[in-house]
Write a protein that binds this ligand. Structure first.
Ligand code: B16
Ligand code: MG
Length: 206
């Protein structure tokens, strides 16, 4: 029986992928690389520094560790300028209704995101108060598909992995949830290894 629900952030509760895309595209342009939606797909659920390394690789550009840090920080400043304009109406359909329902029905709720900006985004959209536990890019060292982020969320909720359900939109995240021994509902198509696939959180209560 499920007792805890763990949400990924980007692509599940809010659509920040469009902002990541614009900011990475700007950086890629400076590197002389034409970054498209196809490459952006491959960055979903991937940490900031691992995303940068993929882009440098596609662009065929070598960079020192300090140059990488500078580029990642620059991308993040552009990303934050875009996030700054976010409001509660940019929450993905069905998110608020499901969060309300879960709290009303006694479920424990956690965030399990790769994003270091997760607390800021949850504040800006007014969703932070629904969460009993936040695990994000600031508190884990191993990127999805490593299960660390979800195992830490379960531990902080004081629940066993087998009573936790994860909502994920990225293959790396689905793999991480599976490796953690949790049930997983995938958002979107083309995800392997889910218990169920839906196209949006709107479908959960309907
Ligand atoms: P940040 P999620 C992930 O969020 C995004 O999908 C991914 O594109 C991004 O690179 C990563 O967070 C790190 O984000 O630069 O804000 O630390 O899907 O795990 O909620
Ligand atoms: Mg995601």
């Amino acid at each position: 029986e499920i007792k805890g629900v763990i949400f990924d952030l980007d692509g599940v509760l809010v659509d920040t992928a469009v902002f990541h895309f614009q900011a990475w595209k700007r950086l890629a342009q400076e590197l002389g690389f034409d970054f498209t939606e196809i490459e952006n797909e491959q960055l979903k659920g991937v940490s900031r520094i691992a995303s940068l390394e993929k882009i440098l690789n596609w662009a065929g550009v070598d960079a020192s560790e300090s140059e990488k840090i500078e580029m990642a920080e620059r991308k993040n400043r552009w990303y934050l300028d875009l996030v700054e304009q976010m409001k509660a109406d940019e929450i993905l359909p069905g998110s608020l209704e499901l969060l309300h329902w879960l709290k009303k029905n006694g479920y424990q709720v956690a965030l399990g995101s790769a994003s270091k900006n997760a607390p800021l985004i949850l504040e800006k959209t007014g969703m932070i108060s629904f969460f009993d536990v936040l695990v994000d890019g600031n508190s884990v060292s191993l990127s999805k598909p490593n299960p660390e982020v979800f195992l830490k969320a379960a531990r902080d909720l004081k629940l066993l992995p087998e009573v936790c359900l994860v909502f994920e939109d990225a293959q790396a995240g689905v793999d991480a949830a599976r490796a953690a021994g949790m049930s997983v509902i995938g958002i979107g198509s083309n995800l392997n290894g889910t218990d169920l696939s839906i196209s949006s959180l709107e479908e959960v209560l309907n």
